[in-house]
Design a protein around this ligand. Sequence first.
Ligand SMILES: *[C@@H]1O[C@H](CO)[C@@H](O)[C@H](O)[C@H]1NC(C)=O
Ligand SMILES: *[C@@H]1O[C@H](CO)[C@@H](O)[C@H](O)[C@H]1NC(C)=O
Ligand SMILES: *[C@@H]1O[C@H](CO)[C@@H](O)[C@H](O)[C@H]1NC(C)=O
Ligand SMILES: *[C@@H]1O[C@H](CO)[C@@H](O)[C@H](O)[C@H]1NC(C)=O
Ligand SMILES: *[C@@H]1O[C@H](CO)[C@@H](O)[C@H](O)[C@H]1NC(C)=O
Ligand SMILES: *[C@@H]1O[C@H](CO)[C@@H](O)[C@H](O)[C@H]1NC(C)=O
Ligand SMILES: *[C@@H]1O[C@H](CO)[C@@H](O)[C@H](O)[C@H]1NC(C)=O
Ligand SMILES: *[C@@H]1O[C@H](CO)[C@@H](O)[C@H](O)[C@H]1NC(C)=O
Ligand SMILES: *[C@@H]1O[C@H](CO)[C@@H](O)[C@H](O)[C@H]1NC(C)=O
Ligand SMILES: *[C@@H]1O[C@H](CO)[C@@H](O)[C@H](O)[C@H]1NC(C)=O
Ligand SMILES: *[C@@H]1O[C@H](CO)[C@@H](O)[C@H](O)[C@H]1NC(C)=O
Ligand SMILES: *[C@@H]1O[C@H](CO)[C@@H](O)[C@H](O)[C@H]1NC(C)=O
Length: 417
Amino acid sequence: MHSVLLVPLLACLSFTIIALAQNETRDLTQLLQSNENLTQFTTLLTSYGDIYANLSFQSGVTILAPNDDAFNKIPYSSLGPAFEANQSQIVRSILQYHILPGLHPAGGYNGSFSFDKTWLQNTSYTNVTGGQVVGGVQQAGNVNVFTSGLGTRSTLVTPDLPFIGGIVHVIDNFLVPPQNFIQTAPQFNLTAAGGAVANTSLADYANSQQDITIFVPRNAAFQQLGETLQSMSSIQLQRLLNYHIVNSSTVGYSTNLPNGTVLRTRSGQNLTITFASNSLFVNQARILQQDLLISNGIMHVIDNFLDPDAPSVTADPEIPTAPPLLRGTSLSENVVPFTSFLPTGVTSFDTSSASPTGSFGANDIGKGTSSSTSSRRASSTSSSQEKNGGSRLNLQPAIIAVNSGLLGAFFWFIGTL
Ligand SMILES: *[C@@H]1O[C@H](CO)[C@@H](O)[C@H](O)[C@H]1NC(C)=O
Ligand SMILES: *[C@@H]1O[C@H](CO)[C@@H](O)[C@H](O)[C@H]1NC(C)=O
Ligand SMILES: *[C@@H]1O[C@H](CO)[C@@H](O)[C@H](O)[C@H]1NC(C)=O
Ligand SMILES: *[C@@H]1O[C@H](CO)[C@@H](O)[C@H](O)[C@H]1NC(C)=O
Ligand SMILES: *[C@@H]1O[C@H](CO)[C@@H](O)[C@H](O)[C@H]1NC(C)=O
Ligand SMILES: *[C@@H]1O[C@H](CO)[C@@H](O)[C@H](O)[C@H]1NC(C)=O
Ligand SMILES: *[C@@H]1O[C@H](CO)[C@@H](O)[C@H](O)[C@H]1NC(C)=O
Ligand SMILES: *[C@@H]1O[C@H](CO)[C@@H](O)[C@H](O)[C@H]1NC(C)=O
Ligand SMILES: *[C@@H]1O[C@H](CO)[C@@H](O)[C@H](O)[C@H]1NC(C)=O
Ligand SMILES: *[C@@H]1O[C@H](CO)[C@@H](O)[C@H](O)[C@H]1NC(C)=O
Ligand SMILES: *[C@@H]1O[C@H](CO)[C@@H](O)[C@H](O)[C@H]1NC(C)=O
Ligand SMILES: *[C@@H]1O[C@H](CO)[C@@H](O)[C@H](O)[C@H]1NC(C)=O
């Protein structure tokens, strides 16, 4: 029923936008100069002359232009160091990440995430087939939000400004190019998983294998099995972790995971995706946070481990949290295992002084934290906040409601992690 109405509607909408763009006589320079909120963006874009010139050759491009407010937040964001030192290779990547081939009018987004390619090319941030993506979704109240690396959210404040060659959406916050797994995991309190991967020979693979999908057990799952996991041989641990990693030229964005999808993991056994009761499951485990972008693919946070010895177990949607499949004992005082293996400088929520080394150091955008889950981060951030004068601003991470993809409902799992 819906699609019968929706298809012509969307077609009509995009036709209108294309027609608008075609009839538009204003070029990008004129558009930028006439907008009082894009003064700093204009300066930035024009200082990368090749990108700016390239834009004038386009016949259908979408620019997500951070407004002056967004620029004012930079010093307090993970992008601060790169801008402060004018590290032009990094700033160039940041700028390219804000340009999307094709016209993506605001009204074309709906309640399901759309993962759209960008111009970002540097493989430190984009080791995915076809180029790195940005997530776009329309939330309740017709608010369009874009999600990017380190869980950053940017809200569209002024949509669909046409110029010859495309459209500009004004956004209130910079997009952050996705970082590698080890750098991203701590931002979501996935310190045990990050440390466990770092404690095996999987680290390089997780950080740099192209087109990867990682199902990451939350810290609580590691805690429950702490002692058991730590007493595993590295071969056993690696086998377990391998069952959580999928490499396939189709990255497992939630939009690519319809009900019943079977995914082949690095351990050889399959995983089965179930969509039921408005939730997405992988085998028996519930996906708590979907679609956290990393440089080489995507990760999803799950409530419990997946068991390579029980690959045919599937979800029971009636049970909000299935009992863990793997049995074992926790460490004394419920210590979070493996955390100490995170490389120096990549610690929970305090990356302000991070200078990742060795194989983890390919990227250096993530020196600051993308910030503001202050309530979730309360205990561990106090020191970093003091160091930074307590004034980190809101590059809001996508501890967000992630759409289940099919019914358009949003789930907020903040409380469950
Ligand atoms: C674009 O221009 C054509 C011809 O000049 C006109 O017929 C059409 O209505 C215009 N479209 C819009 C959306 O303004
Ligand atoms: C600039 O931003 C202000 C405050 O958000 C807004 O009221 C104004 O309409 C914006 N100007 C343009 C040209 O979009
Ligand atoms: C930063 O680097 C860019 C590209 O090299 C250059 O065009 C620009 O002038 C520099 N900006 C500052 C403030 O030094
Ligand atoms: C949402 O938009 C995407 C295209 O961006 C489309 O594939 C999908 O079917 C739409 N979903 C709904 C529920 O309309
Ligand atoms: C413009 O940028 C796109 C995407 O990065 C690239 O594919 C294309 O070759 C560039 N074109 C020119 C004329 O530089
Ligand atoms: C993993 O941790 C164990 C115990 O500390 C250690 O013996 C081993 O060398 C570590 N392996 C790697 C690859 O870091
Ligand atoms: C990108 O992926 C390829 C293939 O997996 C890998 O060889 C390469 O090292 C990766 N590049 C980066 C920068 O991680
Ligand atoms: C997965 O990764 C391995 C390298 O570890 C590679 O040999 C294999 O071809 C990859 N599979 C797919 C489907 O990309
Ligand atoms: C998903 O697949 C399962 C098993 O085939 C089925 O029971 C369930 O109804 C399906 N869910 C939806 C939403 O179609
Ligand atoms: C995994 O799934 C594929 C495709 O459904 C199937 O061909 C293969 O036999 C399965 N592998 C295992 C180990 O069950
Ligand atoms: C890619 O990004 C890395 C990390 O920021 C940087 O060191 C490198 O110079 C960039 N490469 C290119 C070709 O821009
Ligand atoms: C991070 O995980 C640990 C271990 O499960 C938990 O005790 C802590 O409350 C979590 N921190 C936040 C901010 O969610």
